[in-house]
Design a protein. Structure first.
Length: 269
């Protein structure tokens, strides 16, 4: 269909050019008349382009999405994204006082939409976009919060460390001082116990509050997987039998690191 439309467009463009040249050669043609004629000639040209725009604006079929997502470039990008994420988790497990207990990985292939005429989100500009999220849960001793956070910052001080929090992060040092009893609430008077470190769009670190009594906030269980049909969706939970509550019972409290969502492979229309 695209070929037929293309041939029709070429023929129409040739006709329009010939008419335009003829009009331009007519003696006594004024600028206003030429402008009106060009506007009239441009209308069928735009109408002729409409079928091609509609064809290009269609949402890709499921078969196309599966083929692109299983292609060698997508597979290589997927393996790279997963390897880098797991390397970061392994560094946290090896270099900090935290004990790794659970890893949750979600990999989704997003299919592009048809042309968005009114409410534009950008989802009509690609055929497929693959995204990956990775979250890891660690156990820790709530009696040694200051030493635990201090150990994380010390690990981040090392050259080329994958731990993105270090002693040059003023707020993180204030959190350590808070848990040592040397300073007040890091976020300001009356704000209460901290429970998160976040810096520059990298790893987000969240933990169970240990000083807030019955009102303390705790790290939640992993949410349900996004509803997508395989193989356009992959959800891994290792070990599958371990829960956040299990880690809390075993160690006393839970830390969670969340890696930024990675859009690792995109094919544009």
């Amino acid at each position: 269909m695209v070929t037929v439309v293309s041939i029709a467009i070429i023929a129409l463009v040739s006709l329009l050019i010939a008419v335009a040249v003829t009009v331009a050669d007519e003696p006594g043609t004024c600028r206003q008349k030429s402008t009106r004629i060009c506007e009239l000639l441009g209308l069928p040209f735009r109408l002729a382009l409409l079928p091609l725009v509609l064809v290009r604006g269609r949402a890709p079929c499921e078969k196309t999405v599966r083929k692109l997502g299983a292609g060698p470039k997508a597979v290589a990008a997927r393996q790279k994204a997963e390897s880098e994420g797991l390397d970061t988790v392994a560094a946290w497990a090896a270099e900090t006082p935290l004990t790794l207990g659970l890893v949750v990985l979600e990999d989704v292939w997003l299919r592009g939409r048809s042309t968005e005429w009114f409410f534009r989100t950008g989802d009509d500009r690609y055929k497929i976009r693959c995204m990956m999220s990775l979250t890891a849960y660690f156990g820790a001793d709530p009696r040694h919060m200051a030493d635990t956070v201090e150990g994380i910052l010390t690990a981040g001080d090392r050259a080329c460390s994958l731990i993105n929090f270090s002693h040059d992060f003023v707020y993180a040092r204030e959190v350590v001082a808070y848990y040592r009893g040397e300073a007040g609430d890091p976020r300001g008077p009356g704000t209460g116990e901290p429970r998160k470190l976040f810096r520059g769009g990298a790893v987000t670190l969240t933990w169970d509050q240990v000083r807030s009594g019955q009102a303390r906030e705790l790290v939640e269980e992993p949410g349900p997987s996004t509803r997508h049909d395989p193989p356009t969706h992959r959800y891994l939970r290792e070990p599958a039998s371990v829960s956040v509550a299990d880690l809390r019972r075993e160690h006393g409290m839970v830390f969670r690191i969340e890696l930024p969502v990675t859009y690792y492979f995109t094919v544009r229309k």
